[in-house]
Design a protein around this ligand. Sequence first.
Ligand SMILES: C[S@@+](CC[C@H](N)C(=O)[O-])C[C@H]1O[C@@H](n2cnc3c(N)ncnc32)[C@H](O)[C@@H]1O
Ligand code: SF4
Length: 353
Amino acid sequence: MNYSFDEVKKQWINKLNNMAQGDTFNLYIDNPFCVHKCEYCVYTPYVTKVNSPIFKKYYSDFMPRELEKYKDIIGMRVPDSVYFGGGTAGLVDCKQMKKIFEQIPNFKNIKCKIYENHPNFLTKEKVDLMIEYGFKYISIGIQTFNEEILRKQNRMVPEYTELRELIKHAQDNGIVVNCDILPFIEDGNMKGLKQFEEDIKKMEELLSPDSITIYPKYQELMEPIDSEYDQSKATEIDEKNYDLIVNLRRSLKKISRRSKLYSISHENLVNLEREKIMECVRGNYYLIKIDKEKFEESKVYFSSSIPRQPATQNTLAIGGLLERKTYSYHGKGFCYYNNVDENFNIEYECGGN
Ligand SMILES: C[S@@+](CC[C@H](N)C(=O)[O-])C[C@H]1O[C@@H](n2cnc3c(N)ncnc32)[C@H](O)[C@@H]1O
Ligand code: SF4
């Protein structure tokens, strides 16, 4: 089933006029492009060069038109957060970033602004722009420090000394900096765990971000990755990954005991009792060196996947391209995907609620 834009707009106006206490309104701005496709990645980026014709058209024509269409809706209430994700949001240059920021109503008043970055494309100019616009949180995909694995996974090796300086500059100006690590990027076994422990050590020594998000590689936890996730079979699927999760959690506890800087943000997430493990097999884990309250504040928006969107979170997603369908929702109610073709024609497809 498809919706018309008028229907989508009517739904949002109705929702924003009738928000319950505690409800949040979040914007998600999609950046569908990557300059390479990493082997492990489950997202569906459009691979192209920076400033290729399609890249330019997306930022100079399509995105401004989309923002204009949603201007009245966004202007109804200052969003609680705005999240620039992808793909690789970090490919966008300062001029293009600024143009988007300026087009979003009340942008400077949005308390929680988050930008996803790629370590090879972050520059001092971009950090300065995020400081100027009051960003609260930036996230950088590191995945692993093992150069051989990075190359095998079709990923560029970053220059860590320069990156540390940029991270420090952001931190000195009040931005919470997160880095992502991807355990089991190659091996879903003890070899992968050893690499994970080495990666956390290197992260402490070389980059020292405020938080480290640990995303166990989804393909190792879900089988088969390309079939629909069937809730009724969850336990059966999860059983296969039991040992993997137990050992990852043990590693996290060990790291947290050893580390002088980092501790686990939510102890309950690394609980080792069998029942508790089965409750949350697919969770991410966070190691933090800032206090928990500051960490929580910087993460108002939690990206989530259908059908697990939080009931009080309403997310308006703008953008997407071909395989990259971004989705918007009102809590557990109205939900739709942006279906964008290569000519940037857009349809709003029912999200399955
Ligand atoms: C949307 S990606 C954007 C990051 C950015 N493009 C980069 O590569 O630096 C956000 C994070 O998802 C995680 N991710 C990617 N593929 C994954 C997979 N197969 N399983 C679990 N997490 C994954 C990575 O840690 C990545 O940093
Ligand atoms: S990990 Fe990041 S850079 Fe690599 S393909 Fe996925 S989104 Fe693109």
